[in-house]
Design a protein around this ligand. Sequence first.
Ligand code: SF4
Length: 356
Amino acid sequence: MKLIDIHSYARRLQLVRLGIAKGNSISRHNAELMEEAAVKNAKSWYVSPAQTYLTRLQFKSQKQEMRLINIAKGKKKDYSAINILRKALRFHKNKVAVLWSGGRCSTVTLHMAKCLEPNIKVIFVDTGVEFPETVRYVKMLAKEWKLNFSVLRPRRTFWELVKEHGPPTARKPSDQRSGEPDTPPCCYWLKKEPIRSYIKQTGIEALITGMRAGESTVRAISLNQKGSPFFYSKTEGVWKYHPLAYWTTKRVCEYALKHDIPMNPLYLKTDRIGCWPCTSFFGWKEKLSKNVPKFYTALMYFFGKFHVSPCVEGKSMNHLEFERAQDGRAVARILTNAGMEIEVHERGKIVCVPYE
Ligand code: SF4
């Protein structure tokens, strides 16, 4: 087999990225070979954005993402990412922090924020079940970028919580009026509680995140109901700013490429960077077993036979359950108007949306 020089490939990719965007350049086969070679060569704590740019994971759902972004935006004003960040810094001065997960969206957000305010506070929540690559990546990049960086740790462990409450299950937008999705106990103890304590101790007024509407239907609906990509969260007692709310994955990748931002090497294996044993998203079993089989085996050993079904009838759909049928019907209307093919059951209590 012909050996691939990953660096010249990466450079070539950078040069022809506009061609790639139009789908008329390097073939998928070559991209796959490149990805394979990159995995073998990924000894470093980071990979170049070009190495992660062209993977089959990234551009599969452009249409779906645009649909979700349109749902989130509605007829409201479009804000540029930089203006959202400027607003946060102007209103909250030094009482603002970037919530960084080590994923590509929050890393791009962090890069923009640190260009405006180099000493901005940056926090990473180490849930104790992060992929080792992610922990190494955030620590090394924090050093390289000389960040004002803090790692928050929870008081309880994932495994303690599984014993008490069972494995985390998929979230449902049960309170669509406030737009706050339910928080499983696991997420509360491992993520929300450490952030809450940090806010209390430091007097932080605002958090900047890399959340995007295109990531999930629940996020798109939640942003639609908030009415803007920045708002005050009553439940968390803090302002939230989401500069990339209306960005697509492709746009995020192009920004990373343009600024040559070091990427988490995990992207060469999987498109999901969060807690490795998380079972609170649909399709976790398939994704984990295919992309990171070592972790999947470990998890199955711990859980025994456990299965989360995306839809009661076994279709490729997300199963959204509402406490009030009228909330479900309202959401169904938004999705139908956006051209999404959905199913409504139990007069609106259950809305099934396809996942791509
Ligand atoms: S993302 Fe999943 S595993 Fe991680 S804290 Fe939330 S529910 Fe738990």
